[in-house]
Design a protein around this ligand. Structure first.
Ligand code: PLP
Length: 485
């Protein structure tokens, strides 16, 4: 028998009153961060925070209000504030608020979308969202797809499907003999090498095409493919990237697609970041030719600005996905007789699956494809403005012209010309700047040099925040230079 007190606690937490504590907390967070008045990030990092949570597992329950208070005081107060307009860090959005509130609905219903009978409406919503995305990509009626945990899983799944096409026996027997090769740009996301490892090809089976301007040099692709043919290696897939992680640049999908078509090769587009350019009339040309891809990874939790996690994989022919996963589970799935299964679990890596499609659907209902396109264009416009601001200064230099909302640039400290020292100082600058609470950015290595990197993922960021970024970096940099050696 459930103890009365426990039943009462569960019942109390089902009420509007209980929920309002959480809603109030999030609303306070939105309000505090909205205009950029609070610090962006805690001054202390993970090692310092760890002891705060170092406690034994609670044996007895506590009042909900105490817990919410702790979340606010200990978790939220020390968290990175992506909602702050000076947060310009990794490719994770300041999420669209309507999609944030939807999370509670998803969790409350807890309908799993692996099996349609467990979530009839969730399955219909996921199908609808996928259909909208396929239509936008220019795919036809036979296309389909699946939501994923993100771009990594989407690309893994696409490459699993490509493996099934070139090695139909691989599901049962694994890879026998020399594994086929995946071809991609030098700066492609590690999702590709990881998939090669996971799929039994081995990471040595990833062959890169030389780059031009930090993206795949499409004119060098035929020579790479010819060299592989001369070695007797079969090509499983060519992966083009739409929105490179480091620079936000785009491969020439049209040109790469033409080569793949001429040679009968599987083209996968990793559009985890940049496929959302499709929403913006001003940016859609960056992904011209995307419908030539047999599969497309496209993350709503990146440039569609929904909360983690929501990735998507689209397939020009949905049957490619069903062929990727050959598991038989008649106790669970329908359509095991060769007809189309209504169960998304047959096309997905996951078994239990959240109804993440609902928050993507809500984001589109709330702002429409036009609104999402305007948000995309605004974020890219910020990167262009930052590039222009940098061009006016002698203390920073941009590494590339931005093609999306990502920009890499380098601090040029006065009177220092040896490159390794400039590298070290850039790294220090990033650490100090982030620790100052003024803003939050990332770094990467481009062409062997340490650079600063910003990703603009918050629609509340405006031009004045970009000026504040450069002023803040310059001020922190001056302090760094003035320090005694
Ligand atoms: C181009 C690209 N592909 C794939 C990924 C992986 O996506 P996720 O983190 O959603 O799994 C990223 C993430 O940064 C990315 O930039």
């Amino acid at each position: 028998m459930l103890p009365d007190a426990l039943r009462a606690a569960v019942d109390a937490d089902r009420t509007r009153d209980a929920g309002s504590h959480f809603v109030d907390l999030v609303a306070r967070y939105f309000a505090e961060t909205g205009y950029g008045e609070s610090a962006v990030s805690p001054t202390a990092g993970h090692p310092e925070r760890r002891p705060e949570f170092d406690e034994p597992m609670p044996t007895d329950g506590r009042p909900l209000t105490d817990i919410v208070r702790r979340i606010e005081a200990e978790f939220l107060a020390s968290a990175n504030r992506l909602s702050h307009p000076m947060y310009m860090g990794h490719q994770v959005a300041a999420p669209i608020p309507a999609a944030v509130w939807t999370e509670v609905v998803i969790a409350a219903l807890n309908n799993s979308i692996a099996v349609s009978e467990m979530s009839p409406t969730g399955t219909a919503i996921e199908e609808r969202v996928i259909r909208w995305m396929c239509d936008l990509a220019g795919y036809g009626a036979h296309s389909g797809g699946t939501l994923t945990s993100g771009g990594l899983e989407a690309t893994h799944t696409a490459l699993l499907a490509a493996r099934a096409a070139i090695e139909p026996e691989s599901w049962r027997r694994g890879i026998v003999g020399t594994p086929p090769v995946i071809v991609c740009g030098e700066h492609a996301h590690y999702a590709i090498a990881r998939a090669a490892g996971e799929l039994g090809l081995g990471t040595d089976s990833v062959r890169t095409v030389p780059s031009a301007d930090w993206r795949m040099d499409a004119s060098a692709l035929p020579a790479t493919l010819d060299a592989l043919r001369a070695e007797g290696r079969r090509v499983m897939a060519v992966v083009a990237t739409a929105g490179y992680t480091a620079t936000g640049g785009f491969d020439d999908i049209e040109a790469i697609g033409a080569v793949c078509e001429a040679r009968g090769l599987w083209l996968h587009v990793d559009g985890a970041h940049g496929a959302s350019a499709l929403f913006s009339p001003a940016h859609a040309a960056r992904v011209r030719g995307i419908a030539r891809a047999r599969t497309i990874a496209w993350d709503p939790h990146k440039m569609m600005l929904v909360p983690l996690a929501a990735g998507a994989l689209l397939a020009r022919d949905e049957r490619d996905l069903s062929a990727a996963f050959e598991q038989q589970a008649p106790y669970l799935f329908h359509g095991m007789d060769g007809t189309r299964s209504p169960d998304q679990g047959t096309r997905s890596f996951m078994c239990s699956r959240r109804a993440d499609a609902l928050k993507v659907w809500v984001a589109l209902q709330r702002h429409g494809s036009v609104g999402l396109g305007e948000m995309y264009a605004h974020l890219c416009g910020l990167a262009t403005t930052l590039h222009a601001l940098i061009a006016q200064r002698a203390d920073f230099v941009a590494l590339h012209v931005p093609e999306s909302n990502i920009l890499c640039f380098r601090w040029l400290p006065p009177d220092v010309d040896d490159e390794p020292t400039v590298d070290w100082l850039n790294l220090q600058l990033r650490e100090r700047y982030n620790a100052s609470g003024r803003g939050w950015i990332t770094t990467t290595v481009l062409g062997g040099r340490r650079v600063l990197r910003v990703t603009l993922m918050n629609v509340r960021t405006q031009d004045q925040h970009l000026s504040a970024l450069l002023e803040g970096l310059a001020a922190v940099g001056a302090g760094l230079i003035d320090e005694p050696a």
